[in-house]
Design a binder for this molecule. Structure first.
Ligand code: NAP
Length: 291
């Protein structure tokens, strides 16, 4: 059975995925923002599955120092990781741009810089597994034409000092995470570790947790019943598939939907911009991946 780090395991799809994987017999290294949330999730999973192996860890992924502490703690506690499943993510609701302790726009920090840094630091544990997997949770919302603000990641203004909109920040961060995924796949090519990205589809039930008022109500009552809505069960099946299914052995550099490869945007395949973002991520996180 595999040892799998699940970020965002305190609630939402991360919490449900952690339970699914632990219930199937895998050792889940469960991350949540706060220690109490990680411990409560681990205790609830153990109560439902008495044989479950769940080890809680906490870190605020908006802070690069906190990401570094998490990585050090995980490396000290777990010799090897078979998969790192980056489920934690943020979709801001307020029109006001939020900056992190490091001075970075929060959405980019949590959704792209934290997975970049955490994976980089955890590579020794992934390399100790026979076939370590990096699984980055991106979103089809990065595709051109997805509703709302246009995806528009200006690498001269990655923190959206100009033209900030929560939706744009989210889409930009998920595009950046695809760039990171494809570059990770390139850099791990010919080695045992693979890197892929996944979109769970639109899951109104968990997405509603970050929404307010009427939108929240609409998501929970109407949108959950729509044919395009994905259930929590189907979304967590997708994540479990990415982390454990043997048919993905050796598969790297792909974007998946419901257990099938899907297309990412032409922008996501722009190697020059991906390389620029990679350098920027190295600079902003202070972490240089081995070439
Ligand atoms: N639901 C959808 O329709 C949908 C569609 C496409 C992609 N996705 C992606 O799927 C992933 C999970 O979505 P979800 O619906 O489960 O979202 P969610 O219910 O909002 O859960 C988000 C998770 O991320 C954690 N998180 C946010 N900021 C954090 C921080 N600074 N430090 C540590 N943890 C932090 C949250 O922890 P706290 O409890 O501490 O806030 C929570 O566990 C996200 O990456 C999302 O972008 C979702």
């Amino acid at each position: 059975m595999a040892t799998i780090l699940v970020t965002g395991g305190g609630r939402g799809l991360g919490r449900a995925t952690a339970e699914k994987l632990a219930g199937a017999g895998h050792h889940v290294v469960l991350h949540a923002r706060r220690a109490e949330a990680a411990e409560a999730a681990a205790a609830a999973i153990r109560a439902a599955h008495p044989d479950a192996r769940v080890t809680p860890h906490a870190a605020d992924l908006s802070s690069m120092a906190s990401v570094r502490s998490l990585a050090a703690e995980v490396l000290a506690a777990h010799e090897r990781l078979d998969a790192v499943l980056h489920i934690a993510g943020v979709m801001q609701q307020s029109a006001a741009r939020r900056l992190t302790a490091d001075g970075y726009e929060e959405t980019l920090a949590v959704n792209a810089l934290a997975p970049f840094l955490l994976t980089g630091l955890l590579m020794p544990a992934l390399e100790r597994a026979p076939a370590g997997r990096i699984v980055n949770v991106s979103s089809r919302r990065h595709l051109p034409g997805s509703h709302g603000a246009a995806v528009d990641l200006d690498l001269d203004d990655p923190m959206l000092e100009h033209g900030y909109q929560p939706d744009r920040a989210y889409k930009n961060s998920k595009l950046a995470l695809l760039w990171v995924t494809y570059e990770q796949a390139r850099r791990t090519s010919g080695r045992t570790v693979t890197a892929n990205a996944v979109c769970p589809g639109f899951v109104p039930l968990t997405a509603s947790d970050s929404a307010h008022g009427l939108t929240r109500l609409l998501m929970r009552t109407v949108l959950v019943r729509m044919p395009f809505a994905v259930s929590v069960g189907a979304a967590t099946d997708s994540f479990a598939f990415m982390a454990t299914d043997r048919s993905l052995d050796g598969v790297s550099g792909r974007f998946y939907g419901e257990q099938q490869p899907i297309e990412s945007s032409p922008d996501a395949h722009d190697a020059a911009r991906a390389a620029r973002f990679w350098s920027l991520a190295e600079e902003l996180t202070g972490f240089r991946w081995p070439a």
